[in-house]
Design a binder for this molecule. Sequence first.
Ligand code: HEC
Length: 171
Amino acid sequence: MKRNFLMGAAALAGLMTLSACGGGAGSDANAPAAEATTAAPAETPAPAETTAAAADGAAGGATMDFASMTTDAAAGEKVFALCRSCHVLEEGVNRVGPSLHNVVGRHSGIVEGYNYSDANKNSGVVWTPQALYEYLKAPQQYIPGTKMAFPGIKNDQDRANLVAYLQSQSS
Ligand code: HEC
């Protein structure tokens, strides 16, 4: 900021000097300074757009990599609050949804005594961290026809933290 201000001030001084000699030279002198001043804010949206594009790609089922995320399992425990109304982690305890005991690494649709939809039962999914990370973004897209009435967690970091938490609870 300070630097831009100084550059602007210098340009202004230049402009004042040059404009005394003629308008054309003065506006030329001003041009680079104007670019320098706007360069920083103009660059800022670029990485944000890249991220948004990546997220869009992910929503479309393209690359979305759990392994590349830095996760916080303790924060993920708080996100698990979103699941507790329907799931518990205790073995053999099914609520609206099946027990999530040892869910990481588990094959889909195999909890005893739980009445799965055909969609979930026949999905063939193995609940790897990556599969959970993708599934929990938009369950009905990942397993069309699932009866899990949950819209998904759109925030990649929250979702990754949750998966890390589930991982920490699975053996
Ligand atoms: C509104 C209730 C509800 C909520 C909230 C919910 N689920 Fe589910 N979940 C279900 C139901 C019902 C199923 C069984 C789906 C089927 O059989 O089609 C299920 C299935 C699953 C499965 C597949 C289990 C298997 O054995 O194949 C996983 C994994 C899962 N849920 C994780 C989660 C997580 C993690 C959360 C929190 C982010 C969550 N669910 C939130 C109801 C819910």
